[in-house]
Ligand binder design. Structure first.
Ligand code: NAP
Length: 268
């Protein structure tokens, strides 16, 4: 990653922040994006301790499609190229389908799906001209397994797995790599920031996330996978790995387990 220009969205917290530090330590030149400027400045300052040289902060809301051309231009004006785009911004959900307003489905899809696609489409022509590039997306184990209380989130992450798997086939001929990162439970503010059925913030760190993988450990696994150009990086502990295995080979059993888990949930 030394001297590579790496643009990370969702870099103001959690997985994006931790990946930014790993990239800084590896000598990448960073562009960091999210909505909160102050948090991005905090991350940029901290990244200097990891050895980061040049860091560009580009705050924007990933759903604001009209602003994307200007955001891309700012990265290009500063660095002249984009070697890697890490589409990491995202938001989750904690509410049953029956209680979830349609505007919440639309909001989650705007952030987790259409925002990523729109930014990727803006960066793609640059990478094609460069004859080189690497696009990653932070999907999820929820992009492979349906989990109760996350119908919008699972649908969005399944969509992202499909989009980027298809894109990989298209852009291989242009020497562009595509990586789907599929984390299980990682200890971040993801459940606190998740949307309830009415669109308000869930504001609870749920038990699965509390006992999730340390975010720095997750970032190191992601970094290793990206550096190797892996097509898929699974970042999970044993229970999620077991769930993925069972889904693949005994799907009926996995569906039964997910039903039981839903019956035991307390917040519904
Ligand atoms: N933690 C997990 O267990 C887990 C598991 C699987 C997948 N993931 C995925 O990992 C990614 C990062 O999540 P995290 O766990 O690090 O959660 P997080 O701490 O809540 O971070 C989410 C990031 O996305 C940014 N973001 C949210 N909405 C945005 C918007 N409208 N425009 C631009 N940026 C936006 C946030 O920044 P601002 O608020 O400053 O905009 C923040 O930097 C997400 O895609 C998530 O779905 C997480």
């Amino acid at each position: 990653m030394h001297n590579k220009v790496v643009w990370i969205t969702g870099a103001s917290a959690g997985i994006g922040e931790a990946v930014a530090y790993e990239m800084a330590a590896a000598g990448a030149r960073l562009a960091l994006s999210a909505r909160r400027t102050l948090e991005l400045e905090r991350v940029a300052d901290a990244a200097k301790a990891y050895g980061a040289g040049d860091i560009l902060i580009i705050p924007f809301d990933i759903t604001d499609e009209a602003k994307l051309p200007d955001m891309v231009r700012r990265v290009m004006d500063h660095y002249g190229r984009i070697d890697m785009l890490v589409n990491n911004a995202g938001i989750s959900q904690r509410a049953y389908c029956i209680d979830t307003d349609m505007h919440v489905y639309r909001k989650i899809f705007d952030i987790d799906v259409f925002g990523q696609i729109a930014l990727t489409k803006r960066v793609l022509p640059i990478m094609i001209t460069q004859k080189q590039g690497h696009i990653a997306v932070t999907a999820s184990v929820a992009g492979k397994i349906g989990v109760a209380s996350r119908t919008a989130y699972c649908a969005a992450k399944h969509a992202m797995m499909g989009f980027f798997d298809a894109l990989r086939a298209e852009v291989h001929q242009h020497n562009i790599k595509v990586t789907c990162i599929t984390p299980g439970f990682i200890k971040t503010a993801v459940s606190e920031n998740a949307l309830k059925g009415d669109g308000s913030r869930y504001a609870v760190m749920d038990d699965d996330i509390k006992s999730g993988m340390d975010v720095t450990k997750a970032a190191k696994i992601i970094m290793r996978g990206l550096a190797r150009g892996k097509k898929e990086i699974v970042v999970s502990q044993l229970p999620e790995q077991a769930a993925l295995f069972i889904k693949r080979f005994i799907p009926g059993l996995l569906f039964r387990v997910m039903e039981k888990k839903a019956e035991q949930e307390t917040f519904k």
